[in-house]
Design a protein around this ligand. Structure first.
Ligand code: FEO
Length: 396
């Protein structure tokens, strides 16, 4: 049995992708899932589909409960292909299903799948759909994650199906966060938020307020990826509130790359000097690390230290690539320090500073730089720099 009853004839019928390791650049060492939900009522309703290639799993899970041909209603909360990718496979079986989505959803589905002849039922915030014994309310949620996104709320069961919001890239045989381990799921939710939703924090914050004002008590959250939240729901809701305002803790993330180990030596010494002063430290060599995990740690860090050697009068290319990714995620409420080594000419710190300023983040001046290999005097001065970093990180 793959389908799982979540509550009163509401079933998880999605697919678990245990083997995906790269989700459009997001590293997923624990895989992911594409969650779809089946509601058995007078109108048999499927909320979302799954990534193309997993349609057989989805239809098999539905078939454990009901003949998929009997699906009357297909809700598409979000057009991105990890959720809509099997829509044509579903509609090929559920020939009479009516499709519900936002206006942007309709436009996106036509662009993706050429469904010009299909009749869509376009919904907006506050629209309701009776399924018989229960009623759905739709909440338009543009930019959570795409312009087409919406949430579906099951009024009688107090179940929120918010698609990407509150998700985690996590494949697991169990469906519930309390079964998998809440701490583990919260960490994955943080990583997911940081890498997917961080630039959309303002929109998400307003949307969560709107849902609260619409009088929608929530007993269960079924996101489109990972575990379903049914206990301690306020924990993940409160975490989202903190993340959307970039609430920081005394934490320093050191990201760097190195050529002849001088920048590496500075990074490791900084880690030793800062650790144990009421400050958490995370050290990442960009070329050897999971970039998505680095971003997760930056989410709630007060200080980011970026280390780079100078190469061709510029920052090292991996550092440039990482900062380009980070800039797109629009981090806020962080102070950034720069360190590294140069040879006969400088360039890295200037280039990094330009990126940091483009992100609108405050610099910790001046950068800590050495020529070629750090000597004892420079390593001694590094202690003063570390003190400044500790002080900055603790001033949250
Ligand atoms: Fe999981 Fe925006 O798709």
């Amino acid at each position: 049995m793959g389908a799982v009853e979540l509550k009163n004839k509401i079933y998880w019928v999605g697919a678990v992708d245990y083997n995906v390791r790269d989700f459009h650049g997001y590293q997923t060492p624990q895989g992911t899932s594409y969650n779809a939900y089946l509601l058995i009522d007078e109108k048999i309703t499927l909320v979302d589909t799954v990534k193309k290639g997993f349609a057989k799993d989805l239809l098999a899970h539905v078939a454990e409960i009901v003949d998929p041909a009997k699906i009357d209603t297909l809700i598409i909360n979000h057009v991105e292909m990890d959720h809509s990718g099997s829509i044509l496979d579903v509609l090929a079986v559920a020939k009479n299903a009516k499709v519900y989505c936002t206006q942007k959803g309709q436009e996106g589905l036509i662009k993706h799948y050429g469904m010009k002849d299909r009749e869509f039922n376009v919904v907006k915030t506050g629209d309701k759909l009776s399924l018989g014994s229960r009623t759905l309310t739709f909440v338009g949620a543009p930019m959570v994650h795409w312009p087409d996104s919406m949430f579906t709320y099951v009024i009688e069961d107090k179940v929120l199906l918010p698609n990407d919001a509150f998700g985690q890239h996590l494949a697991h045989p169990s469906r519930f966060a309390d079964e998998i381990g809440e701490d583990h799921c919260m960490e994955e939710a943080a990583k997911y938020y940081a890498n997917i939703l961080m630039p959309l924090g303002n929109v998400i914050s307003k949307k969560l307020d709107e849902v609260a004002q619409m009088g929608m008590p929530i007993e269960m959250i079924g996101p489109s990826h990972g575990a379903i939240w049914r206990k301690n729901i306020t924990r993940v809701l409160d975490a989202y509130k903190d993340w959307t305002v970039f609430k920081a803790k005394p934490k320093v993330v050191i990201v760097y790359d190195t050529m002849w180990e001088s920048t590496d030596l500075l990074a490791r010494r900084l880690t030793e000097l800062i650790t144990g002063n009421g400050v958490e430290v995370c050290l990442y060599n960009i070329r050897k690390s999971d970039g998505s995990q680095i971003v997760r740690d930056i989410l709630d860090a007060k200080v980011l230290l970026v280390g780079s050697p100078t190469l061709n009068a510029d920052m090292f290319w991996t550092v440039g690539g990482f900062l380009t990714y980070l800039r797109g995620l629009k981090p806020k409420n962080k102070k950034v320090g720069i360190f590294g080594s140069y040879g006969w000419a400088e360039g890295a710190s200037k280039a990094i500073k330009k990126e940091v300023e483009a992100m609108g983040l405050e610099m910790i001046e001046p950068p800590f730089e050495v020529q070629y290999v750090p000597n004892e005097e420079e390593l001694s001065k590094l202690k003063e720099y570390a003190k400044l970093i500790i002080q900055t990180a603790r001033a949250v």
